[in-house]
Design a protein around this ligand. Structure first.
Ligand SMILES: [Zn+2]
Length: 466
């Protein structure tokens, strides 16, 4: 069979009839690309998350999640996954990581009372990056709830890969928000995974350093964090140099890969694979959390790398190929049309589906993707690559040297798991799983807001600023 029309760099013009009959995707079955790994994939999305708004001029647009979902649906990828509408995280769940006074603050602050709370806002680092907006606490509960829902599907073994594109807010700290992130859904999910997984590997390919997650697990050897990001000491959040490697028991269980502007597909994917392969071989994670921040793509509104969608996806595909249970979350990404292209493409990768290069005709907001209406616009030639071969080679050697100090994978006796992380009995856990399933049945989902543009989508159109 020829896959000439699929996901490649050739353009074939077709008449209307052919276009209509062109499949949206084609399975990749048992070939060298998948190694025969055919994971059970779940997709966790609460459409309510897109109704919140950081502010018209703010670069973070929850709307990008709606655009992503429209693409996933238009490509009919829901046929290949279990679809769940997750519940919101409870206050108690947020308190598993965040401090009491900070969660209380998030719960009570509103744009109306914010002006009277000038001192408190300062204390909690509220400002331009992290404004107070209507429904902020609900928004946090929704995206964190989706990550927790996803991690529980992994824990119960119902999913091998669980996806939450609304999560991945890696900068949030225990006591304060940072870099557009209020609640750290990644830390909450990893804490949840640690109840049953002895070792969790966190991989971050956002443009920015995954500082919130690194900080949370800096002292432990049960979580290894690896972050690839731009670093020059000044670029947000200012941390993430190669000499930050963990402390105490966690020494050598943190890895940072500082990069310069303009890194291209070839050098990024090569470096990524040459580091991640030995990390996985040495650390032997039993679960992986992959953060897929899309601001590392070329042409991102806040970005400075040259990556194309396929190269970003290649990294995720490489991690998937190890066949280890995997939570996949989003993160940054400030050019909505490319964020949604990327995350839809990566949803295809998770489900072993090769997507048609040409976007489906039946697609809400299709005009966002003009002029090419393609899944793979060229994003890779805007900036000069400031990462010389020599710089990357030295960096790689230095990082591999760090790995040599990591004395094998720590094994964990059950009594070492903090008591507050193991207070669910099997029955209680099963009850949660049953409840989640009944709350989020696929049929109910079909009835809801999906598959067409609803009134809400239309109403938000004027607020979109790029
Ligand atoms: Zn970012």
């Amino acid at each position: 069979m020829s896959y000439g029309w699929l996901d490649d760099d050739t353009t074939i013009s077709t008449d209307l009839k052919t276009t209509k009959e062109t499949p949206f995707y084609e399975p990749i079955v048992n070939n060298f690309e998948t190694g025969g790994y055919n994971p059970s994939v779940s997709y966790h999305y609460n459409p309510d998350v897109t109704q919140y708004h950081y502010g018209v001029r703010h670069p973070m647009k929850p709307f990008r999640l709606m655009l992503t979902d429209h693409l996933v649906i238009a490509y009919k990828l829901y046929e290949q996954m279990d679809i769940y509408k997750p519940r919101r995280a409870t206050k108690e769940e947020l308190l598993e990581f965040h401090s009491d006074d900070y969660v209380k603050f998030l719960e009570t602050v509103t744009p109306e009372n914010a002006t009277k709370l000038a001192q408190t806002l300062k204390k909690f680092n509220i400002g331009d990056d992290c404004p107070v907006f209507d429904g902020m606490y609900d928004y946090c509960q929704i995206y964190a709830g989706a990550s927790l829902d996803a991690s529980r599907k992994l824990i119960s073994g119902m999913s091998d890969i669980a996806i939450n594109w609304s999560g991945g807010l890696h900068h949030a700290k225990k006591h304060e928000p940072s870099g557009f992130c209020y609640v750290n859904d990644i830390v909450l999910s990893i804490l949840d995974l640690l109840r049953v997984h002895p070792r969790v590997l966190y991989i971050d390919i956002d443009l920015h350093h995954g500082d919130g997650v690194q900080e949370a697990f800096y002292l432990t050897d049960r979580v290894m964090t690896v972050s690839f990001h731009k670093y020059n000491g000044e670029f947000f959040p200012g941390t993430g140099n190669h000499d930050e490697t963990g402390l105490s028991k966690g020494k050598h269980f943190t890895l940072n890969v500082p990069l310069q502007d303009g890194i291209d597909d070839e050098s990024y994917t090569r470096l990524f694979k040459s580091i991640m392969e030995p990390v996985i071989a040495n650390f032997k994670p039993t679960a992986i959390v992959q953060q897929c921040g899309a601001d590392s793509l070329g042409c991102d509104r806040l970005g400075c790398f040259n990556l194309n969608i396929k190269a970003h996806g290649e990294c995720v595909k490489f991690i998937k190929s190890f066949g280890i249970p995997m939570l996949v979350v989003g993160g940054g990404g400030y050019t909505p049309r490319n964020v949604s292209r990327l995350w839809c493409y990566e949803t295809g990768i998770m489900t072993n589906m090769k997507l048609n290069h040409k976007l489906p005709d039946e697609l809400p907001f299709r005009n966002f993707f003009q002029p090419d209406y393609s899944l793979h616009p060229n994003l890779g030639d805007r900036l000069d690559n400031k990462n010389t071969k020599k710089y990357l080679e030295n960096l790689k050697n230095q990082l591999l040297e760090n790995l040599r100090y990591m004395k094998g994978a720590p094994s964990v006796a059950m009594q070492e798991i903090p008591p507050d992380l193991q207070n669910l009995t099997t029955d209680e856990e099963q009850a949660i799983i049953d409840k989640l399933n009944s709350e989020s049945s696929y049929d109910e989902y079909l009835e809801n807001e999906r598959y067409w543009i609803n009134e809400k989508d239309q109403a938000r159109k004027h607020e979109l600023v790029e």
